[in-house]
Write a protein that binds this ligand. Structure first.
Ligand code: C2E
Ligand code: MG
Ligand code: MG
Ligand code: MG
Length: 291
């Protein structure tokens, strides 16, 4: 470490680099503490909407961290640190336990949980997931596990066996951020997955004279040919929604419908949904806009 090698070496760091190193170290220490005390960490749940009736069918569990001094820290900042330090194993277990616990309050929704490739490298991972869900009294068929394409490319370390075991136990598997990663379509026929989530970069490039529309149509027809559910992420506008509807996406997720909510907010949303169902409701947008 340059810092320990005297002042002259220390100068090779720019202030920005020094700040980055300090930030990482602080995040690591503080995250460890948050996991130990349970303070500041939360799980938020973003609704997933079925295309037909516009009804909420599931929620994605997303980790949230309210740091005592720094305020809200984004997952894009703390998840990579958690992955590099191995803390993702503890964090992942905790999110799964939380998500399982609340999913019992929402019997007609599925709950999606993100899994990092790092978690798959720990020995006995699938057994641990099955154990956690069992301990929480959760139903694997109500839990969807989101993995990125890189997980499928990681042929070593029993990742593939772990995925098979999890799917065999009843969990649904979704491929997250589809179309980004290495996107070798070759693996799709070798692994059983249930869902493809089209990355939000495609959704958000729609209508900008890009080729995103063609890519989305191709992903949807590939997905449907393989009997998979296709979800679009990052839907923010009515125009995007209309396109995705016409293209045949089965589900959507995005700020147009809802941001990630607290568990209590989801419960009250579902309550309003059932009272409006009696009158023939117009989908989640009308519920959210009424709140
Ligand atoms: P992801 O799994 O692809 O989750 C979707 C992300 O897109 C979430 O960001 C969500 O808030 C955001 N999003 C949803 N709709 C929209 C939209 O309409 N527009 C825009 N601009 N963004 C939208 P978030 O919560 O910041 O999480 C970022 C990433 O961090 C997640 O991407 C996931 O890869 C990772 N992550 C979050 N929680 C966990 C966790 O518990 N475990 C693991 N391993 N990763 C997690
Ligand atoms: Mg996800
Ligand atoms: Mg992701
Ligand atoms: Mg995603």
């Amino acid at each position: 470490r340059a810092k320990g090698e005297g002042r002259s070496r220390y100068r090779i760091f720019t202030p920005e680099m020094d700040e980055t190193v300090n930030f990482r170290k602080t995040i690591e220490d503080d995250l460890r503490e948050a996991l130990a005390t349970g303070k500041g960490l939360e799980v938020a749940y973003q609704p997933q909407i079925a295309l037909g009736g516009g009804d909420i069918v599931g929620v994605e569990a997303l980790a949230r961290w309210r740091h005592p001094e720094r305020g809200c820290i984004q997952p894009s900042q703390f998840i990579p640190v958690a992955e590099q330090t191995g803390l993702i194993n503890q964090l992942g277990d905790w999110v799964l336990r939380e998500a399982c616990g609340v999913s019992r309050r929402w019997p007609d929704l599925f709950v999606s949980v993100n899994l990092s490739p790092v978690q798959f490298r720990s020995k006995g991972f699938a057994e641990r997931v099955i154990g956690i869900v069992g301990d929480c009294g959760g139903d694997p068929r109500k839990i969807e596990l989101e993995v990125t394409e890189s997980v499928l490319l990681d042929e070593e370390g029993g990742t593939v066996d772990a995925l098979r075991m999890l799917r065999g136990a009843g969990f649904r598997i979704a491929l997250d951020d589809f179309g980004t990663g290495y996107s070798s379509l070759g693996y799709l026929h070798r692994f059983d997955v249930d869902k493809i989530k089209i990355d939000r970069s495609f959704t958000q490039s729609l209508g900008q004279g890009s080729k995103a529309a063609a890519v989305i149509k191709a992903i949807v027809s590939l997905g449907h040919a393989m009997d998979l559910t296709v979800t679009a992420e990052g839907v923010e506008t009515e125009i995007q929604k209309k396109f995705l509807h016409t293209a045949g996406c089965n589900e959507m997720q995005g700020y147009l419908f809802s941001r990630a909510l607290s568990a209590d907010q989801v419960t009250s949303l579902l309550g309003r949904r059932s009272s409006m169902n009696a009158q023939g409701h117009r989908g989640i947008s009308s519920l959210i806009n009424a709140s």
